[in-house]
Write a protein that binds this ligand. Structure first.
Ligand SMILES: [Zn+2]
Length: 371
């Protein structure tokens, strides 16, 4: 009896369990690098360190500091004095500018470059939040875009991802993205650009002009416009959860339409368009991707933009001077997750469409008149 018990204990000690974890493929190199920094060759080495209690949590600030000094070490040859990090100062600003011009519209490239020049020092300083939160949201958004594009540039020029990791860590640590629209896309363009394009779009005549303005006023994607033309309409009010469209015709001449068409991560939740546009669209005998392609060509020629850019301009109009609040604009752009938030944004169509009218008035468009 005694002997059996001992054997059992011995056996139990020999038992091993396998622990594993999945990480994102694009974080593999970061993972290997961090293992390397801890002088671990394998995950097993890491587990041994962990069990031996040799790892401790570093604070967020310590981590940012460590990343800065790693970036400084692996970066270009620099003269480092004490805790002063300046790897970003070693790059050729003009080369960065040229790189931006090769990738973006000249206006965007110039804006990104000048924001980078003005704010890089502040961004990499010990408390970037203090200065950056003094900037209005659209400006802070531009600054962060500029800094992120710098990381892309650094990676493409030097094959070094440290700057990219460092930048996203700093943004996270100081919550520099807080309250911003579209965290990783350039959605905000200059009001002058928007105004100029709107003027050109509203002067395109005929069927083509109508097709362009449907895109501009609805902010929908091409297939979504085609979808709402023929989708059947439910006669219940807005709260109804069925798969049909629900339409509120407001007294101010606007129609608020809930769509709820979801394919993967592309969503069309709701849109607002002038009722006369809505009725004309519904009464068209034919309207498909060929009509949009035709409009796209004319739009390119007359206004210098692609059809899909209409969606972007629409978003800018909605958000200019906060005419439509962020949550509401996100619903209209098909980017809101919570059902209750969606109901909240759409529960007063008259009020929402009123805000929509003021949004267009900011750009001199009187939406409730016949355009
Ligand atoms: Zn219904």
């Amino acid at each position: 009896m005694e002997l059996q018990h001992k054997e059992f204990l011995v056996q139990k000690h020999k038992e091993w369990a396998s622990v594993g974890a999945s990480i994102k493929r694009n974080e593999m190199d970061l993972f290997n690098k961090q293992l390397d920094n801890l002088r671990c060759e394998t995950l097993k080495d890491l587990c041994s360190l962990l069990i031996a209690g040799k790892l401790r949590l570093v604070t967020d600030d310590e981590q940012v500091q460590i990343m800065k000094s790693q970036t400084q070490e692996t970066g270009l040859l620099t003269s480092q004095i004490g805790n002063k990090f300046d790897f970003w100062k070693q790059i050729d600003d003009e080369d960065f500018h040229k790189w931006l011009l090769g990738k973006y519209h000249p206006h965007t490239a110039n804006c990104l470059h000048s924001y980078y020049i003005r704010y890089a020092d502040i961004f990499f300083s010990p408390n970037p939040d203090v200065e950056l939160f003094k900037c209005a949201n659209p400006k802070r958004s531009w600054i962060l875009q500029a800094i992120k594009r710098f990381a892309d540039y650094y990676l493409s020029r030097y094959g070094n991802k440290d700057v990219k990791h460092l930048i996203s860590r700093i943004i996270e640590r100081y919550e520099l993205n807080r309250g911003l629209d579209h965290k990783d896309r350039i959605y905000l363009v200059s009001p002058n650009f928007v105004e100029e394009k709107i003027n050109k779009i509203t002067s395109i005549p005929g069927e083509i002009g109508f097709t362009c303005r449907i895109g501009l006023f609805s902010g929908l994607r091409e297939d979504e416009i085609i979808y709402i033309r023929t989708r059947s309409i439910c006669d219940q009010a807005f709260g109804c959860q069925c798969e049909k469209l629900h339409v509120a015709n407001c007294r101010n001449g606007l129609s608020v339409i809930t769509i709820n068409w979801i394919r993967g991560n592309k969503k069309a939740l709701a849109t607002i368009i002038p009722t006369i546009y809505w009725e004309r669209l519904r009464n068209m005998l034919k309207f498909d991707q060929y009509d949009i392609q035709a409009a796209h060509k004319i739009l390119k020629r007359e206004a210098g933009i692609a059809y899909i850019i209409l969606r972007k301009i629409h978003y800018n109009v909605m958000r200019f001077k906060n005419a439509i609040e962020l949550d509401e604009a996100e619903v209209l752009a098909g980017r809101f997750k919570s059902v209750s938030a969606r109901h909240y944004a759409l529960n007063d169509p008259e009020k929402l469409s009123g805000k929509y009218i003021s949004a267009w008035q900011n750009f001199g468009v009187n939406i409730s008149e016949n355009i």
